[in-house]
Design a protein around this ligand. Structure first.
Ligand SMILES: *[C@@H]1O[C@H](CO)[C@@H](O)[C@H](O)[C@H]1NC(C)=O
Ligand SMILES: *[C@@H]1O[C@H](CO)[C@@H](O)[C@H](O)[C@H]1NC(C)=O
Length: 283
C-alpha cells in the first residue's frame, strides 16, 4: 500500500474515531487494497446525505469522483436542512440572519476551497467547490463570498431565514439575548450594544468604593448594570443538535479521497463568526 493510501485510510479512521458516523461501503468486503472502495463516511446518521454521495460514487458506469460525491452528499443535507444545522433556515445569528460556512478538499490534488459567513446563498458546499475549482484562493468570506458565488452561477441573493429561525431569534431577544457568546462586557444581562470591561479594574474600583464608604455603596454597585458578571451564560453542552453539522469523507473507485463540510454555524453567534469548518488546518 502506497504512503498516500495509508494517509487516506488514517484520515478516514480519524474521522470515524472523532464523530458519530454513518458509513456506506461496497458490498464485496475484499481484503486486498482497493477492494473496500468506494466508501462514504459522514458525521451523524445523515442517511440521505450518505445515500446521495453513494449514488454518485458507486454508479455502474465507473462511478463519479469523490469530490462530486462529497458535493452531492453535503448538498443533500443543505436541502434537507439536516438537524437545522446545515443549509438555510437555521442557527440565526444575533441579528436573526443565517449565514453559511463550507469547505471541500480534494485529496488527489490537495486543493481546498471554502466559504465562511456567506450571506444570501443557500448552496454552501457548491460555493466552496467553485472557490476550489476557479480561483487560486482558499477562503472567501461574507458578502464577497456571496458576490463570487452568484457571479459563478449559484442562485441568489436569497433570504436564508425561515419561520423557525425567526421565531427562535424572537424568543431569544425576549429572553434578553441569553445565552450568547460575549464575555467581559457590559451590560452582561441584556442585549447590546456591549462595551468591553476589564474585570480586574472593575473589581478594583468596587473595592475602592467599598473601602471609601465602609461598605455603604456595596449594594448599589452590585445592583447597577450587572457590571461584575464575568461571562454570560454560554451554550456549554455539546450534542448532536448543537455540534458539528455535516462532515463527509468519500473514497471513490479510483481510490481518491475527498472531504467536505457544510454548516450554518452556532445559534446566536456574533455576526461575522466563522466556524472551524472553514479552517483547512483543523482537518
Ligand atoms: C429575511 O426576511 C425576514 C422576514 O421577512 C426579515 O425580517 C429579515 O430582515 C430578512 N433578512 C435579511 C438578511 O435580509
Ligand atoms: C485552524 O485550525 C488549527 C488546527 O486545529 C488551529 O491550530 C488554528 O488555530 C486554527 N486557525 C484559526 C484561524 O482558527
Amino acid at each position: 500500500m502506497g504512503r498516500s493510501s495509508v494517509r487516506l485510510l488514517v484520515a478516514v479512521g480519524l474521522l470515524l474515531l472523532r464523530f458519530n458516523w454513518c458509513l456506506a461501503v461496497d458490498g464485496g468486503g475484499v481484503a486486498e487494497v482497493g477492494g473496500a472502495f468506494p466508501m462514504v463516511v459522514s458525521t451523524w446518521p445523515f442517511r440521505e446525505a450518505v445515500r446521495a454521495a453513494w449514488e454518485v460514487v458507486s454508479a455502474s458506469d465507473g462511478g463519479g469522483s469523490a469530490v462530486d460525491a462529497v458535493v452531492a452528499g453535503c448538498s443533500a443535507c443543505e436541502v434537507l436542512r439536516c438537524d437545522g444545522t446545515v443549509g438555510p433556515g437555521g442557527s440565526p445569528d444575533e441579528n436573526g440572519e443565517t449565514t453559511l460556512d463550507a469547505l471541500i478538499m480534494n485529496g488527489a490534488t490537495m486543493e481546498i476551497g471554502a466559504v465562511a459567513a456567506m450571506r444570501y446563498v443557500k448552496d454552501g458546499i457548491k460555493a466552496a467547490k467553485l472557490v476550489m475549482d476557479h480561483s487560486l484562493h482558499t477562503l472567501l468570506v461574507g458578502e464577497k463570498a456571496t458576490d463570487f458565488a452568484i457571479s459563478m452561477g449559484l442562485p441568489g441573493p436569497i433570504n436564508l431565514s425561515s419561520p423557525e429561525s425567526l421565531e427562535k431569534w424572537a424568543n431569544w431577544r425576549q429572553n434578553h439575548c441569553q445565552p450568547n457568546f460575549w464575555k467581559n462586557v457590559a451590560p452582561a444581562g441584556s442585549c447590546g450594544p456591549y462595551r468591553p470591561i476589564n474585570l480586574a479594574q472593575a473589581l478594583d474600583s468596587v473595592k475602592h468604593e467599598v473601602e471609601g464608604s465602609q461598605g455603604g455603596v456595596c449594594q448599589d454597585w452590585f445592583q447597577s448594570d450587572n457590571l461584575l458578571e464575568p461571562i454570560n451564560s454560554h451554550l456549554k453542552f455539546i450534542d448532536r443538535h448543537n455540534h458539528d453539522t455535516i462532515s463527509m469523507a468519500v473514497i471513490d473507485k479510483m481510490g481518491h479521497i475527498a472531504v467536505g463540510t457544510s454548516t450554518n454555524g452556532a445559534t446566536f453567534k456574533i455576526p461575522g463568526r466563522a466556524t472551524e469548518h472553514s479552517n483547512s488546518s483543523s482537518w
